[in-house]
Design a protein around this ligand. Structure first.
Ligand code: G3H
Ligand code: 13P
Ligand code: ZN
Length: 331
């Protein structure tokens, strides 16, 4: 039986983005696959007073079971209420690739969906996105579309090179599809290896510094569709402190590099209203689990290593909301 997202206590993203645009910050969109990640997201956003988009990829649905995830989302709303957190929470499908998947999520109570038609031709992307918008808007659900291709893995489709968004296409795409927000490609990419070392320089601490994002493309897009909410995917910073903990405790992440936080802060002050972060959370969890295993090799109670991972993830999320997205205190 279909359920409506309002009945579950979720918010759609329309008002979230209007406020973010007016006040110059971005709403965080954190991915989750398990309970500890979701608890950390709700506690981190609740404690910093930030609106939040909790997002589910199709990979997450395969891993954790779609019904389980949807009830976890509902549980997150109840947990926030009981904890006294007065923050809007949107439940969002990340990188939906078919109309049917979007319909399934909308019918199960998602308040927002992404239809990622970026691997299709422009015309097919427009047609697929418009079809999803038509259905979603009948249920008051917001839709994110994508123009341009991010390097890395986009829902099983691996792109070797990014194709930056062509600003000349955005007005036509937004008008023809009726989307509520648009994910663009300006140099971010998915995962922990966003740039090759040879594309980077090294700072005084020896840390790899990637080339800057293409703010010129972002500005041109903002000029053409003024006031329209823009989304940045692939926006983890691959924080060196966690990469170091992983490598000091038996891991092997060599030449991992992300988007510097100052660049994301700058983007969040513009028309960028939603910033997607997944890999940074994965790195925190892996770092803390490896540390516990290295320091206490006799430990075998999952609560003893997932607990510290959850605590550190909560701290990292508060840091992001306060120092990077500017969303703290806006819930
Ligand atoms: O954009 C990709 C997200 O990080 C989700 O990744 O498809 O491995 O769940 P996943
Ligand atoms: P990261 O891999 O940079 O965290 O990007 C996540 C993302 O874009 C989810 O859609
Ligand atoms: Zn993404």
């Amino acid at each position: 039986m279909a359920v409506n997202y309002q009945d579950l206590g979720f918010s759609n993203t329309t008002e979230m983005f209007q406020q973010a645009m007016a006040d110059g910050y971005a709403v965080p969109a954190y991915n989750f696959n398990n309970m500890e990640q979701l608890q950390a997201i709700i506690n981190g956003c609740g404690q910093s007073g930030s609106p939040v988009i909790i997002q589910v990829s199709s990979g997450a649905r395969k891993y954790a079971n779609q019904t389980m995830l949807r009830y976890m989302g509902e549980g997150a709303v109840r947990m926030a209420e009981e904890s006294g957190y007065k923050i809007p929470i949107a439940l969002h499908l990340d990188h939906g690739d078919t109309f049917e998947l979007c319909v399934s999520c909308i019918e199960s109570g998602f308040s927002s969906v992404m239809i990622d038609g970026s691997s299709h031709s422009y015309e097919d992307n427009v047609a697929l996105t418009a079809k999803v918008v038509d259905y979603a808007h009948q249920h008051d659900v917001s839709v994110e579309g994508e123009l341009g291709v991010l390097a890395g893995i986009e829902d099983d489709v691996e792109a070797a090179k990014s194709i930056y968004t062509d600003p000349a296409q955005v007005e036509d795409f937004v008008e023809k599809t009726g989307v509520d927000s648009l994910a663009i490609s300006i140099g971010t990419s998915h995962g922990a290896y966003k740039f090759k070392p040879e594309q980077c320089t090294r700072n005084e601490k020896g840390i790899l510094v990637p080339p800057p994002l293409r703010f010129d493309i972002l500005e041109e897009i903002e000029r053409r569709i003024a006031g329209f909410p823009i989304v940045l995917h692939g926006s983890s910073s691959v924080l060196p402190e966690y990469v170091n903990i992983i490598n000091e405790n038996g891991g092997k992440l060599t030449a991992a590099v992300g988007i510097p936080e100052e660049q994301l802060r700058k983007a969040a002050k513009s028309a960028v209203c939603k910033i997607n972060i997944d890999s940074d959370g994965r790195l925190v969890v892996t770092a803390m689990i490896r540390k516990v295993f290295a320091e206490k090799p006799a430990e075998f109670d999952p609560r003893k290593y997932l607990g510290p991972a959850r605590e550190e993830l909560t701290r990292m999320i508060i840091h992001k909301n306060e120092q990077v997205l500017g969303s703290a205190g806006r819930g």
